[in-house]
Design a binder for this molecule. Structure first.
Ligand code: SF4
Ligand code: SF4
Length: 401
């Protein structure tokens, strides 16, 4: 295992972090406790020392599971990260209530790395106005949390103001070789690192999409490499190639994933891929780009829409569905994210488009935006949308956890 230093405190963190959001499950959907515990402990025995969870993972069961998995001395061997469910914080006192509940659920007296979960511009403004920065100061001072950070799913332009708003120790962003210009993106990664923040990477395999199944035309490019690597190895090595990255989280859901990731992590040095290898990854990214049914680059020149439709997010979700499948998860995320449940704001659905045409001239890709939004709405907003929103509300609610 290789380790990288957290810039502000010098913690030597394993470059592979264990993400406890896609643990192995049984037929009824509950966590397969025996397999999952073995995986967590095996990872730690082999050098992993960063474990990440959050309030809603596995319907609220990930945190108590980790308390049990990290018993018998394993808790002391890791830095434990969990996240404030900001979307259900309604008043300042709720922040203490959730943190104290999390300490209890995790059976620990402190959280090493505490993040405000899943920020976008609107949820950031909301939680900031409720006093989250004062709360973080207090929780750090009384020792309930050691390091304060945030995870981010907003637009590229809204990222830097959040970085600049507080003396954060770290942040967590989505980053992989397809997502260099969405959310925080490459610019955000470099900005956060330049400000001294450690950067934890989530979704290095795009929710597993870059791992399996890989389209034959993409495999043909990978197979042309002089040094043969699996798609997972290419994707992880590409992220670790960035010196600004501290830890890469992997949501491992089978013992074989742990074995493979541990092996790959032994070689994840910064700037260790050659120019030729980086060009190969670029060619794969271009191939995936050509396979997208809507040629949206996520540039956001079309925004803001006067009706609040989140055009690039609608197209991104539609493209993912058509490139990778994973229908149930994507439809749930469409309902949760664009339905305002995770953003703490109103809805941004494709069907809200009134065809005013304002966005058309702004799009450098000449996408017929209103027509394509109709396709998105057809695919994602059938009669079961309300049911999905109700389920998402329950999934991300206070009560379910
Ligand atoms: S055409 Fe639709 S998506 Fe475009 S700006 Fe108007 S309402 Fe928004
Ligand atoms: S301007 Fe066009 S390419 Fe850019 S985000 Fe909007 S739809 Fe996508």
């Amino acid at each position: 295992m290789l380790y990288r230093k957290m810039p502000k405190n010098g913690d030597e963190l394993s470059i592979l972090g264990f993400g406890a959001m896609r643990l192995p499950t049984k037929e009824d959907g509950s966590i397969d406790e025996k397999t999952a515990t073995d995986m967590v402990r095996y990872s730690i025995d082999n050098g992993v020392n960063y474990v990440d969870t959050a309030w809603p993972y596995h319907m609220g069961e990930s945190e108590p599971f980790l308390a049990r998995a990290l018993a018998h001395g394993y808790r002391e061997k890791v830095k434990l990260a969990t996240k404030q469910p900001q979307w259900i914080v309604k008043k300042p006192e709720d922040m203490d209530k959730f943190l104290n509940a999390q300490l209890e659920k995790l059976n620990t007296d402190h959280i090493d790395y505490y993040l405000i979960h899943s920020l976008v511009s609107s949820s950031w403004e909301n939680i900031r106005d409720l006093g989250v920065l004062e709360f973080l100061d207090r929780a750090k001072a009384d020792g309930r949390i050691i390091n304060a950070g945030f995870s981010y799913h907003g637009t590229p332009e809204d990222f830097a103001p959040i970085v600049d708003a507080y003396n954060w120790d770290f942040c967590q962003i989505q980053y992989n070789f397809l997502d260099t210009n969405v959310q925080a993106g490459k610019a955000g990664l470099e900005y956060a690192a330049s400000k001294g923040l450690g950067v934890i990477i989530m979704e290095p395999l795009r929710g597993g999409n870059l791992a399996d199944p890989v389209p034959q035309e993409v495999m043909d490019i990978w197979n042309a490499a002089e040094k043969k690597r699996s798609p997972v190895e290419w994707a992880l090595r590409w992220v670790w190639n960035h010196p600004e990255v501290t830890v890469v989280l992997s949501g491992m859901s089978a013992p074989a994933h742990v074995e493979e990731n541990l092996r790959i992590a032994d070689e994840g040095l910064p700037e260790s891929l050659s120019e030729k290898e980086l060009q190969l990854v670029e060619r794969v990214a271009e191939k995936y780009g050509k396979m997208m049914p809507i040629n949206c680059t996520g540039c956001r020149y079309c925004m803001p829409c006067p009706e609040d439709v989140d055009i690039p997010a609608c197209f991104d979700t539609y493209n993912n569905l058509h490139m990778f499948g994973d229908e149930d998860r994507l439809k749930m995320m469409y309902a949760a994210k664009l339905g305002g449940i995770l953003r703490g704001a109103g809805t941004n659905f494709a069907s809200q488009c009134v065809q005013c045409g304002q966005c058309l001239d702004a799009c450098p890709q000449n996408i017929p935006i209103p027509a394509m939004l109709e396709k998105v709405a057809e695919e994602f907003e059938g009669p079961d949308l309300q049911e999905r929103m109700a389920f998402a509300k329950k999934l991300f609610s206070d009560d379910s956890c």
